[in-house]
Design a protein around this ligand. Structure first.
Ligand SMILES: Cc1cc2nc3c(=O)[nH]c(=O)nc-3n(C[C@H](O)[C@H](O)[C@H](O)COP(=O)(O)OP(=O)(O)OC[C@H]3O[C@@H](n4cnc5c(N)ncnc54)[C@H](O)[C@@H]3O)c2cc1C
Length: 398
């Protein structure tokens, strides 16, 4: 059997049951991936290139290669394959892309999630969802990297080349490189070497430095790490080192990630609409003022705290969760700009862009998602007083 393995949001060898299946089923496997779009911001492109380069190097060490192409399913002749393996995504753009693969060839699994299916019916808010899923959950056992990655691919196609990279900003909170190896190192440092997880609940609203939160987001977004592997490691940490509110809270956040995935799959057509998945009558008025939007993007609004986050974002491609909430709320509530403009800007530029987490959080803040509260407003003055009382964060970025 001849297989094509398309790495999408599962860019890893370990804990990848779809890859395991491909290796078991095929004598020859060709591996491909999509080159990062030149429309994306530098940091998103850079992290994705690093991740792909790691896959490519590992495959080359196994006498195979990775074909990095602008549009793999159009550039590779699918007729010469018996199977095409792709991590399952139900988003409109990806569905259209995968529809190029004849049904009888396509093999898919949802390897980007904690579980294979959601509770039915899916609760309309997060808390009841979490209460159902967290009590009985056990992540799947470890799947090692398949040692034999199939006979070398005999296809010869010219592939895209990675661009040259510049150094990180000295104050970046995300000075991490993409790739499975780096992902495992970060997880191991965050849990075992530095035991930062021990204080996660108290530090997670921090704004400066690399260690106030796990910084696993970009690794999870590209699938350099499986969420099940992270969950399993936290369980292990709890059993062998310590279990407290903080260790629990990191799992709690992984459930948020999971929830937005299932919400999307329940409302695939509403998820990206301006009116969202909730009663649009409650939506804020929107004024499509391009000049105000440019000021927000450049961090030149009247509010210094908001500006500091947006300038950090421009300089590093990362913003803390607190920063994302404050800047998104400012765009929606204070500037009354269309929330989708902000979501699209984040999509292009976030180093850890994840379609479900980004659009799900924006829907939530725009008041048309899964928020049980009718008006969630992050007052920037109060937020500044609470989270940056001495101005240390503003001093770095303004
Ligand atoms: C407007 C907005 C847009 C966002 N866009 C993205 C995005 O594109 N990609 C992304 O991964 N996260 C997104 N988030 C969620 C969150 O801000 C980031 O996951 C987090 O800041 C990443 O840093 P970390 O890995 O150190 O997080 P940690 O605090 O260490 O959390 C651990 C993991 O839990 C998950 N997680 C944490 N908070 C959330 C959340 N609110 N929603 C979903 N998952 C969560 C992430 O996978 C994260 O890596 C967004 C939040 C907001 C408010």
């Amino acid at each position: 059997m001849r297989g094509l393995y398309y790495f999408t949001i599962d860019q890893r060898f370990e804990d990848n049951p779809l890859l395991q299946k491909a290796v078991e089923e095929c004598e020859e496997i060709c591996f491909c991936a999509k080159a990062p779009s030149s429309q994306w911001g530098y940091f998103r492109q850079r992290f994705t290139w690093e991740s792909l380069e790691y896959l490519k190097r590992t495959l080359e060490n196994n006498n195979n290669t990775l074909l990095i192409l602008e549009n793999p399913l159009k550039e590779i002749s699918l007729a010469s394959f018996d199977r095409v393996y792709i991590c399952k995504m139900e988003t409109a753009y990806e569905k259209e892309e995968y529809s190029l693969v004849p049904n009888e060839l396509l093999v898919t699994m949802r390897t980007d999630r904690l579980s294979d299916s959601p509770p039915t019916p899916l609760p309309s808010t997060f808390t009841p969802f979490r209460k159902i899923v967290e009590t009985s959950y056990t992540p799947s056992p470890f799947t090692p990297s398949p040692l034999q990655l199939g006979k070398a691919c005999s296809l010869k196609i010219k592939t895209c080349e990675s661009p040259s990279l510049s150094p990180f900003h000295p104050s970046s909170s995300y000075p991490f490189k993409g790739g499975e190896h780096q992902a495992k190192q970060r997880l191991s440092h965050y849990l075992y070497r530095d035991q930062l997880i021990e204080h996660y609940k108290e530090t997670r609203n921090g704004l400066t430095g690399a260690d106030f939160s796990s910084k696993l987001s970009a690794y999870l977004a590209l699938g350099n790490l499986s969420p099940q592997a992270v969950y399993r490691e936290i369980n292990n940490f709890e059993q062998t080192v310590l279990a407290n509110e903080s260790t629990y809270w990191l799992k709690f956040e992984l459930w948020w990630r999971e929830y937005f995935r299932w919400v999307h799959d329940q409302y695939p057509h509403l998820f990206f609409l301006n009116s969202g998945i909730k009663n649009p009558a409650k939506q804020k008025a929107q004024i499509p003022n391009q000049e105000l939007f440019s000021q927000w993007q450049e961090g030149k609004t009247p509010h210094p705290f908001v500006n500091a986050f947006l300038r950090e974002f421009l300089a590093t491609g990362y913003m803390s969760n607190r920063g994302r909430q404050i800047t998104a709320s400012y765009l929606v509530n204070d500037l009354q700009l269309p929330w989708k403009w902000g979501a699209q800007y984040f999509e292009d530029n976030l180093v850890d862009y994840d379609v479900y987490s980004n659009w799900g959080n924006w829907l939530y803040i725009a008041g048309v998602g899964n928020d049980p509260r009718p008006n969630r407003y992050f007052n920037p003055d109060k937020q500044q007083e609470r989270y940056d009382p001495n101005g240390a964060f503003r001093k770095i970025w303004l």
